[in-house]
Design a protein around this ligand. Structure first.
Ligand code: FES
Ligand SMILES: [Fe+2]
Length: 441
């Protein structure tokens, strides 16, 4: 086939409908959708994520001497370092005339200069000089860019994306991150899907048997995933923060003989068994012992399951505990940030944890979870669903997000006439702050 035709065809495939269908008309910040829009709770979930939370943005070491462009929850940000070397985040949109601040430069240590008319901002977003207008510029002290509060935890920069005052970061970041005896390592990747679809997938352990069957860790352990069962997991809500996944009917197909389900199950509709073959069991016995989960002991709130806003907590195939964030980037793109935490009992285990993570475990975990990306990226969010009982967790998750998130509580409080709205809106007007910035008079 000619190269031209090939290009068109791959473009058509790339543009295939998937993920969230953007609303043709401005909506109220929810999925809205077209005339075929979803008529269930999905329509109410914001396609660019919940705002009133701390989110992991990027590793601190990525921010050097030059400004760095980054997208979070659809907002375009620029990161640079202040005079003390701390990472700060401003909107990338220059409040003067909209130039991209990340295209600018840090001529003076701790200050960011716009590439257009050289407005120069400090870490509070205040214009401290307008190089093209001279020292008497009236913009100095009056022009202001929106600041996104940042904090460094371990070697990651977290950003407060809310319009209200930031909550203590300990509310949104797993407790073990603050324990000096725990080692936390991290990797991240992009999935071509919406944050909520990614979040739902992280809690959807029933895809393990199928989606990850050829991942290296699954090949080694012949792990059939969550025990097969036609029932969904039990769940438990912990305040407004967590929706835990409790045990499911793991022994549903267990035989009376040994109390466990057979590796292969027979499906009369196709007159065949799944998994198709048993050869993976050849070495599984050995690797299953090597890759025994040994999760951290946690408080109930930070147990296994969903934690607001988009964190899934799981035990890993090796030792330790995973926290997987699905951070919205664009409506159809998510940054999947995975932290792996382990408490090494001694220095030898510590070095093994660090070395094995660098040598092969980070790759193995990437290899495992990228199967989800391949499976869910083409999923449509707006088509009608026919849910099974094993999807019960996502019905609860959607309802939890819609009723218990800070964003939802804030809206409820506003409707109830409470000006405090859960968290106090910043002075100066959140509308202006939410876009590019403002000129203070
Ligand atoms: S657009 Fe940035 S200084 Fe003019
Ligand atoms: Fe999966």
């Amino acid at each position: 086939m000619r190269r031209f035709d090939k290009r068109i065809e791959s473009q058509l495939v790339a543009e295939k409908s998937r993920g969230v269908l953007e609303s043709p008309a401005p909506s109220n910040g929810t999925h809205g959708g077209s005339s075929d829009a979803v008529m269930d709770s999905r329509a109410l979930i914001p396609p660019l994520g919940l705002r009133e939370y701390w989110y992991p943005a990027l590793p601190a070491k990525k921010v050097g001497k030059c400004p760095l462009f980054w997208v979070m929850l659809g907002d375009e940000l620029v990161f640079f370092r202040d005079r003390q070397g701390q990472v700060v985040a401003l909107t990338d949109v220059c409040p003067h005339r909209g130039a991209s601040l990340s295209e600018g430069a840090c001529f003076y240590r701790g200050y960011l200069t716009c590439p257009y008319h050289a407005a120069t901002f400090d870490e509070s977003g205040k214009c401290v000089a307008m190089l093209t207008e001279g020292p008497d510029s009236k913009m100095v002290g009056r022009l202001k860019a929106r600041v996104y509060p940042t904090q460094q935890v371990r070697d990651w920069i977290f950003v407060w994306m809310g319009e209200g005052d930031p909550v203590p970061i300990e509310e949104d970041v797993p407790e073990e991150f603050f324990d000096p005896d725990v080692v936390v390592v991290c990797n991240y990747m992009y999935w071509a899907t919406n944050w909520m679809m990614a979040t739902e997938n992280h809690g959807d352990a029933h895809n393990q048997l199928f989606v990850h069957r050829n991942a290296v860790s699954a090949l080694l352990t012949a792990h059939p995933g969550r025990s097969r069962t036609p029932y969904g997991p039990e769940t438990k809500t912990i305040g407004d923060q967590a929706l835990l996944m409790l045990r499911d009917e793991g022994d549903y197909y267990a035989t009376e003989k040994n109390g466990t389900a057979p590796y292969q199950l027979y499906y009369p509709g196709v007159d065949g068994v799944w998994p198709l073959h048993r050869w993976r069991l050849l070495w599984a016995w050995f690797f299953k012992r090597l890759m025994k989960p040994n999760p951290l002991k946690t408080s109930e709130e930070w147990g296994y399951g969903h934690h607001m806003p988009c964190i899934q907590r799981t035990a890993t195939s090796f030792s330790g505990t995973n926290s997987l964030w699905a951070v919205a980037v664009r409506p159809n793109l998510s940054r999947i940030v995975q932290f792996h935490a382990v408490r090494p009992p001694n220095r030898a285990v510590y070095f093994w944890e660090m070395l094995s993570w660098k040598l092969f475990r980070a790759w193995m975990s990437y290899n495992f979870v990228s199967g989800d990306n391949a499976a869910i990226a083409p999923c449509r969010w707006w088509t009608p669903e026919n849910l099974s009982s094993t999807d019960s967790h996502l019905v609860k998750l959607r309802s939890f997000v819609l009723t218990h998130s800070r964003d939802a509580l804030r809206r409820q409080a506003q409707k109830g006439g409470n000006g405090q709205a859960g968290r106090t809106a910043k002075a100066g007007g959140t509308e202006a702050m939410a876009t590019a910035g403002s000129i203070e008079s």
